[in-house]
Design a protein. Structure first.
Length: 62
């Protein structure tokens, strides 16, 4: 997706609008944001598993 946006931006000289805003995002910041989202998702899943006692509910006799 980044390659497409970069190519379109270079060829069409887009300076305003959503494509220009996306194209102006520094890739290091985008990478840190993606890693941060993974960490938050992992922490949320761990919290749900721990505090929701998912393992106890699944292994309880029926």
């Amino acid at each position: 997706m980044a390659l497409i946006i970069g190519t379109i931006d270079d060829q069409a000289h887009i300076t305003t609008g959503p494509l220009a805003a996306i194209g102006s995002i520094p890739l290091d910041d985008a990478g840190y944001g993606i890693v941060g989202l993974f960490v938050v998702a992992w922490a949320a899943a761990l919290a749900v598993w721990h505090f929701g006692r998912i393992e106890e509910r699944r292994s309880a006799p029926k």
